[in-house]
Write a protein that binds this ligand. Structure first.
Ligand code: TRP
Length: 332
């Protein structure tokens, strides 16, 4: 029986947080044994907002090293840099010819970014979800692990797959989201109503995967809680709820077990333990990362082999699509 196909990606736009790790990469590591997984570092998506070239280069390798440090395995999965597999762009052009301006202009991420940056409203920001659909559809993807914020984009990918299949003939798999459990959505440590993000102005609102132990401990201690003073899990104590989620994911303990463990204890005890847990969980990743980021030859080998593998996988789908839309098949 053939395994299902998984596709996901992260933009190399800055350092990753434990939100990226718990909400995405940690989950992907577990998927590797059961699915045919494809994980990309989506540099093409990153340039939809202005990037400093040297930083983009640095961040791309950093994300790759972090993928590997966190446990993504190039023997099991196809790990590659998006711009190396130009098939994504070729499909994107074709799909953009079937994408409606109206639907793209209703994308909330686009509207958000457009309202914030009117001096750089570039066309790529607008067609971003079409490229994302190409990423997904090119691999015959069955499942896309994504956060809530990307669900609308996935919906577009599904629409485009169906539209193409209806207009021509059965070609694309219609992908399904792989929605993570609630606990996998990590919120800001300073405002539990918003998602943890490295672009937050307040550095205490997030923990970077590469933060050192002292920084992690300080940030956890400063995390916003409430004045109720009882460790319990509910929406009124949203800050605490978020911390319990982090605790639970990193220890594989259930929420009930954790709440029970801190019965009669204060937030200080809880936070002290959590700080150690987070620091201990990230330490091996950080150590492995430090080793990998120095080994440019190895990183180059991984992304080169990954791109070759990805190209091999996408070739057939792309030529099928090109044939169906009426392009003359290349003979060279
Ligand atoms: N847009 C996604 C994000 O910012 C990243 C991404 C690009 C992606 N292509 C993808 C995610 C394909 C899943 C599948 O999070």
């Amino acid at each position: 029986m053939s395994k299902g196909v998984v596709f996901s990606g992260v933009q190399p736009t800055g350092e990753l947080t434990i939100g990226n790790y718990i909400g995405a990469i940690k989950h992907w590591v577990d998927l590797q044994d059961d699915y045919d997984c494809n994980f990309s570092i989506v540099d093409l998506h990153a340039i939809t907002v202005p990037q400093i070239p040297a930083n983009l280069r640095k961040n791309t390798l950093e994300v790759l090293a972090l993928y590997l440090a966190a446990g993504l395995d190039p023997e099991k999965s196809t790990i590659f840099i998006q711009s190396h597999v130009t098939e994504h762009l070729e499909l994107s052009w074709i799909l953009s010819s079937m994408s409606y301006m109206g639907q793209l202009s209703r994308m909330t991420q686009y509207k958000d970014k457009a309202s914030k940056s009117d001096e750089n409203l570039n066309a790529a920001l607008f067609t971003y979800p079409v490229l994302m659909a190409s990423d997904i559809l090119l691999y015959g993807t069955n499942f896309v692990p994504v956060g809530d914020d990307q669900k609308q984009h996935l919906e577009l990918a599904r629409d485009l797959a169906e539209r193409f299949n209806n207009r021509y003939s059965q070609t694309f798999v219609v992908p399904e989201p792989l929605i993570q459990e609630e606990g996998a959505r990590i919120m800001s440590l300073q405002d539990p109503t918003v998602k943890m993000s490295k672009s937050d102005d307040n550095v205490n609102s997030y923990i970077l995967l590469l933060d050192d132990r002292a920084t992690i401990i300080r940030k956890i201690k400063r995390a916003v809680t409430d004045s109720i003073g009882v460790v319990s899990y509910n929406d009124e104590q949203a800050g605490l709820k978020n911390l319990i989620n982090i605790y639970s994911v990193l220890t594989n303990k259930t929420v009930d077990e954790i709440v029970k463990k801190y019965e009669g204890k204060g937030y200080g005890d809880f936070k002290g333990d959590l700080a150690e847990i987070v620091a201990d969980s990230l330490e091996p990743i950080r150590n492995k990362y430090e080793e990998l980021i120095k080994d440019k030859d190895y990183l180059e080998k991984v992304y080169s082999e990954g791109a070759e593998k990805a190209k091999r996988k996408t070739k057939k789908m792309l030529s099928k699509v090109q044939r169906k839309v009426g392009f003359i098949q290349k003979k060279y």
